[in-house]
Design a protein around this ligand. Sequence first.
Ligand SMILES: Nc1ncnc2c1ncn2[C@@H]1O[C@H](COP(=O)(O)OP(=O)(O)O)[C@@H](O)[C@H]1O
Ligand SMILES: [Mg+2]
Length: 378
Amino acid sequence: MNVFRPPPPPDPARDKFALARKELSAALIERDEEIDLALTALLANEHVLLVGPPGCGKSLLLDSLLSWTGGSKFSILLTKFTTPEEVFGPVSLAGLKEDRYVRVTAGRLPEADFAFVDEVWKASSAVLNTLLKILNERTYDAGDGVARRVPLRLCVAASNEWPSPDTGKELSALLDRFVLRATVSPIRSQAGRQRLLWTRDHAPKLTTAVTPAEVDQARRRAQSLPWSAEAKEALEVILKELAKEGVRPGDRRQFKTVGVVQAFAYLCGADEVQPEHLEVARHTLWDDPQEQPQAAARVIAKIANPVGMRVTQLLLEVEEVLAAAEVRNLADAARAAAKLAEVDRQLAGLTGNGRVAAGRAYVKDQLRQLKLASIEAV
Ligand SMILES: Nc1ncnc2c1ncn2[C@@H]1O[C@H](COP(=O)(O)OP(=O)(O)O)[C@@H](O)[C@H]1O
Ligand SMILES: [Mg+2]
């Protein structure tokens, strides 16, 4: 049956997000998931944390994102010596003369629409408590006893490591403020490494900018995206399965995941949330960074079956095959080629995701190179 669907209403803000997603992804190597995560956070009105070894493109990605957003910005690299003055502003001298202790917040975090906090775990407790309040309640008290709303729309944060399990309560609270969190790995593929080495400039060329008002508009649209019955059911089953594995994200985190998945569906251009879009929930539905993220990914892959996650998995297999194959050994090369062809067949069976086409192009190219290399060896 051919169901007539009216064309979706024009949505220029969504188009801008789609273009930025494409342009970021074209410049950054193997960072599609992290880009999606950051754009989803922006759309979902949540904060995002990237953890990975130095030099894996975290700052490049997060700085690029903030160069795309208009509004006022605040960036800081925390050390254990960073003072509250540096983050929230100096104490007003004029105020002190009148016996009042208030901070001048101009240009600091309390007045930022968008913030980037690097080395976030280094925050001293003097900074941490106020930071928590700004992230969580989005209010700030400059010293006069009045908690005012801050304009903060997104805080992105980065670190080289996860806080250790025996970390204090305060750092766990801070970790929990980031609803979206991911581990960033160094570049995995051979082709990616070549691009890293032989491209002199990796900075994305962004042809648009987005205003805070456009972000708000996109957010409203994202929030009104309906959930399909299948996606609702899939989320409920995922939570039950995770609980069986001992992964029980708190109620607030579960509730916020709904908005995050909606935002991701909106970013993907969907007009309804599908089980597919639960892919992004693997970055939200866990508490302990040590083992739970893998459990979350496994359960979501099993129940919601997102194409994006299967593409990632298949491409990881490709890299393993390529790394293990000795192309000058003909039998080895033939085995690798057969495995790659099999992956391509599996990719061909997947639909509905831009990553499938990109993945297939990549596998085909590797297959071609593999054949060339083994012909040369003869
Ligand atoms: N995945 C990547 N894509 C493109 N460039 C990268 C990537 N990873 C690292 N680089 C290069 O390395 C530089 C350092 O990355 P940076 O963002 O400062 O790392 P981090 O903040 O994770 O320590 C970047 O400016 C870029 O030139
Ligand atoms: Mg950095």
